[in-house]
Design a protein around this ligand. Structure first.
Ligand code: TXA
Ligand code: MG
Length: 340
């Protein structure tokens, strides 16, 4: 890609070539905000050691200040600058899953300002599995704090176009790329308690974690059993398109009957319904497995906005592997869940 000086409402559009990434790294070093691709979703990055820069992230996203960020590193040695102590378990997980979609919650090092973690004594850290992200962190020579690069409450971005829809004019630069292959955020695993707990299902499945840890790994808040959000991000409405989203659960045949009747009644009223699972499957004519659903979920939610539908219908999927994270996002995006 050429080293263009394209801008969108003042936000610099950078290529993903070496020169552009160095330019992006300078912006980070000077306290600016750069959106960059990772293997999960786009991140909105600032120097994790710069409290002022990190505050700008919260402002640009409209993110509540009590929702902590994830710190991204490029080398295992960088972990020492981010966390106070590394347990054997943490080290083993890092060795096995990094670079990759697993964020570990560990005790926060003093060098990382409290604002990064919304005042918590802990910090989330991960090493992304994306060449551009790794190049950026290395060139900036500092760990990068980055939440997903969307406006708070919106579906996470998996393309620079999504980032611009939400944040053009509010951030300094975005690195252009269309590749966030997983399409859903990292798994957040709390390692600060007596046993590991999944705070947010994501790119690394519960089954994979259990195989490596050789024990059961509970998922917090999976069924909303307690009202207390342990991962602060859990209490806010998330991933929301503009139209109401109804999630339909139950046997496939009954789901289909209900969908047909809802679509028919909307049509009679001159209203349109967007079918989320069908929209996702348009990407692939074969039966979409959880990987396919994950990879296209957020883009499809945004497409529903562009098509200006009056209602979005989504169908429940199996909760094995990545399916658990897909269902978690659908439940949070849903305004209603109908069981048939
Ligand atoms: O894949 C990802 O995780 C992407 C890419 C950019 O790395 N990032 C991302 O960040 O999804 P964000 O900010 O959208 O989500 C971070 C989640 C939130 O649910 C937050 O509450 C939780 O991680 N979290 C961060 N630090 C935490 C901490 N110290 N304790 C508990 N939860 C924490
Ligand atoms: Mg997010």
């Amino acid at each position: 890609m050429s080293h263009s000086i394209l801008r969108n409402k003042g936000t610099l559009l950078l290529g993903d070539d070496k020169v552009s990434v160095i330019r992006a790294a300078r912006i980070i070093q000077n306290g600016g905000l750069v959106a960059f691709p990772t293997e999960t979703v786009y991140g909105l990055g600032a120097a994790a050691t710069d409290a002022q820069a990190v505050k700008r992230i919260f402002k640009a996203k409209g993110r509540p200040s009590d929702n902590p960020l994830i710190v991204h590193i490029a080398d295992i040695e960088q972990l020492n600058a981010v966390v106070k102590t590394i347990s054997t378990r943490a080290f083993m997980l890092a060795e096995h899953f990094w670079p990759g979609p697993l964020s570990l919650i560990l005790p926060r090092a003093d060098k990382i300002p409290a604002v990064v973690s919304a005042g918590l004594p802990t910090v989330a850290v991960r090493m992304p599995d994306h060449q551009v992200a790794l190049d950026l962190i290395r060139a900036a020579k500092v760990p990068i704090a980055a939440p997903s690069a969307n406006r708070s409450g919106r579906p996470s971005p998996t393309s620079f176009r999504h980032v611009l829809e939400d944040l053009a004019g509010r951030i300094d630069a975005v690195i252009r790329s269309d590749t966030c292959p997983i399409g859903l955020e990292s798994t957040v695993l709390d390692l600060t308690g007596p046993r590991p707990v999944i705070l947010r299902p994501g790119g690394v499945s519960r089954e994979e974690l259990e195989a490596v840890l050789n024990c059961r790994v509970p998922i917090l808040g999976l069924n909303k059993v307690s009202g207390i959000p342990h991962s602060p991000g859990m209490k806010y409405r998330h991933y929301s398109p503009q139209a109401p989203l109804v999630l339909i659960a139950g046997p496939a045949k009954r789901r289909l009957l209900l969908i047909e009747s809802i679509v028919e009644s909307y049509r009679r009223q001159g209203l349109s319904v967007g079918l989320l699972n069908s929209a996702i499957q348009e990407y692939m004519p074969l039966k979409a497995g959880p990987e396919m659903l994950a990879a296209h979920l957020y883009d499809s939610l945004r497409q529903m906005d562009h098509r200006d539908v009056d209602l979005i219908l989504a169908e429940e999927t199996e909760i094995q592997g990545l399916g658990l994270a897909v269902m978690n996002r659908l439940r949070k995006a849903a305004t209603r869940i109908l069981k048939v």
